[in-house]
Design a protein around this ligand. Sequence first.
Ligand code: F6R
Length: 248
Amino acid sequence: MKVVIVKDKTQMGATGAKIIADDMRGKPRHVLGLATGATPIPLYQELIRMHREEGLDFSRTTTFNLDEYIGLDPAHPQSYRYFMKAQLFDHINIPKENTHVPDGMAEDADAFCEQYERMIRDAGGIDLQLLGIGSNGHIGFNEPGTPLDSRTHRTGLTESTINDNARLFERREDVPVEAVTMGVATIMDARRVLLLACGENKAAAVAAAVEGPVTPDVPASALQNHEHAVFVVTEDAAAGLKGDYERP
Ligand code: F6R
């Protein structure tokens, strides 16, 4: 696992976008795993800029999002499908049929999870998976305690995640309590993983993920065993790290 410490969110977004663009340019039919949340927004803005100003081409890119709330319609402003449209898909030349976000309205969520795994396999697997990290160490919605061999599954959200996400909903009771998420093993299958973290509230989770033991208690710690995982972390989110890391 490689760790790069950058000064702020803008540099985090630019560094992450360059890693993605370089990987895409090396493989025209690129399969990109995507994340939602506040963290990747500067990266998406930089990808949009690269598309507009440098001709970064998404016409043959396929995407798979990590997760989606159960019970939110894709048109709901807090659904992850809506987020991806607003933050990225509407601003680049990706065909809609190439974009995949788990279906939070599927009648049979378990069958859908198996289908999602199949779709990823049929696309040739994920070339690069983008991740954020929860303040409790989650990746996707793999909350602490999720088995490290988990595949795409339906899961309940922890109180800590519901609290973290409540700021985005009118009332705390409106925050969905279940989601569909790629599993830790699904994420580990990606050829490359890029995790972004910013903000002092992520410092403990980043330190545990990078320098703590590999344990289901901190799902992001599994990435220590990934051959091509890069963490791009701002100074404040890196505050708990003891080791000596690259600072470009
Ligand atoms: C989002 C996701 C989550 C977030 C994490 C951090 O698709 O899978 O694991 O990456 O909760 O969220 P933010 O970036 O809002 O702090």
